[in-house]
Design a binder for this molecule. Structure first.
Ligand code: DAH
Length: 343
């Protein structure tokens, strides 16, 4: 008993002398003294070892000790609450803020947005489609049936789960999906990522980006196609740009053409970028093939339309003077950061 009393005295002294000034030490105090395995509980448990005639006295002393610890706890708690209310949140509003690093638009996004905004001014709406596509929407509906030799140029990645699924090779799948909806006239611009099974080098990658355009209505003609694309390149490259159309072949258009613009690097006199021709090829286009319209449930005797498709990487390389296409997908922030100013 004597020993216990001395211990209690010692503990009281310790409590009286301690200063609890923050929430963690208040909680530590509570656990140590008042918790379910705390000192007060433990000392109470000593009651059974105290001689019977002393039990009453020990009980009183213990009660007093418990109250002593509790009242200190309450007092510190109140002080802390009052203190934190008075001090307000512990932030110094006068300090200068941390600079939040601002991201920048990816050069491909910049170029895509630029292209879209030009066509939006002509009334084209943005449409998107799936990157994992079925054979019908990527090939067959576009007049590229199985075993068609033009499929060779667009080998891609197939999905093991289902041999009919593949990573789309062009954004032309969106044409089909939009035409299938049956809402005409249709005037859309379709940006997206596309895939090809190609060896990766500075000039080609197994994925890249395209923008597709489609206009279906009554009486749409090749003249509309030319005028629309001419407007586009003038907005994009300036009023002095020259264009030329070369006959070409795409299974989904008839007639088909490729459009070149006068080389933006040498102005048309011939350089390494335009391979001394003075011209740069920028897109494929043509009048939508009647079979394609029919595949989508559109009457080719009533409706006609034009379509075009262009890559985004190549004009971005030209615009920003980038020499390796792989830089676009390496995610090196030193490369990406350079485009902040252009946003
Ligand atoms: N899909 C073609 C390609 O990836 C590009 C293209 C050409 C799209 C002509 C068109 C078009 O809509 O009319 O090479």
């Amino acid at each position: 008993m004597e020993q216990l009393l001395a211990q209690i005295e010692q503990l009281k002294k310790e409590i009286a002398e301690s200063a609890v000034t923050d929430a963690p030490s208040l909680e530590a105090f509570r656990i140590r003294f008042l918790g379910t395995k705390g000192i007060v509980k433990n000392l109470m448990g000593e009651m059974k070892n105290v001689a019977n005639e002393k039990k009453r006295e020990f009980g009183q002393i213990m009660n007093e000790f418990k109250q002593f610890a509790e009242s200190h706890f309450e007092q510190w708690k109140e002080q802390l609450e009052a203190g934190s209310a008075a001090a307000g949140p512990s932030i110094d509003n006068t300090l200068p803020g941390d600079n939040l690093p601002l991201g920048s638009r990816h050069p491909i996004s910049l170029m895509r947005n630029h292209i879209i905004s030009i066509f939006q001014r002509l009334g084209f709406a943005v449409a998107e489609g799936p990157e994992i596509e079925d054979d019908f929407h990527n090939f067959t509906a576009l007049n590229l049936p199985e075993h068609h030799p033009a499929r060779d140029m667009q080998d891609t990645f197939y999905i093991q789960q289902n041999p009919d699924w593949l990573l789309r090779t062009h954004t032309s799948n969106i044409q089909i999906r939009e035409m299938e909806k049956g809402e005409l006239p249709l005037r859309i611009i379709c940006p997206g990522r596309v895939y090809r099974n190609e060896t990766i080098s500075a000039r080609s990658h197994c994925f890249f980006h395209q923008v597709e355009g489609l206009y279906i209505d009554e009486n749409v003609s090749f003249a509309d196609l030319k005028q629309t694309l001419y407007y586009f390149v003038q907005e994009m490259y300036g009023k002095d740009v020259k264009v030329r159309f070369r006959p070409s072949y795409f299974p989904f258009t008839e007639p088909s053409a490729e459009m070149d613009i006068s080389c933006q690097i040498c102005g048309g006199s011939g350089c390494a970028i335009c391979k001394k021709t003075g011209w740069l090829e920028i897109l494929g286009c043509g009048m939508v093939h009647p079979n394609v319209l029919q595949n989508c449930g559109i009457d080719p005797n009533k409706y006609t339309g034009f379509a075009f498709g262009m890559g985004i990487e190549r004009p971005a390389l030209l615009k920003y003077g980038i020499t390796d296409i792989r830089l676009f997908s390496e995610n090196d922030v030193r490369f990406l950061r350079q485009f902040t100013a252009a946003t």
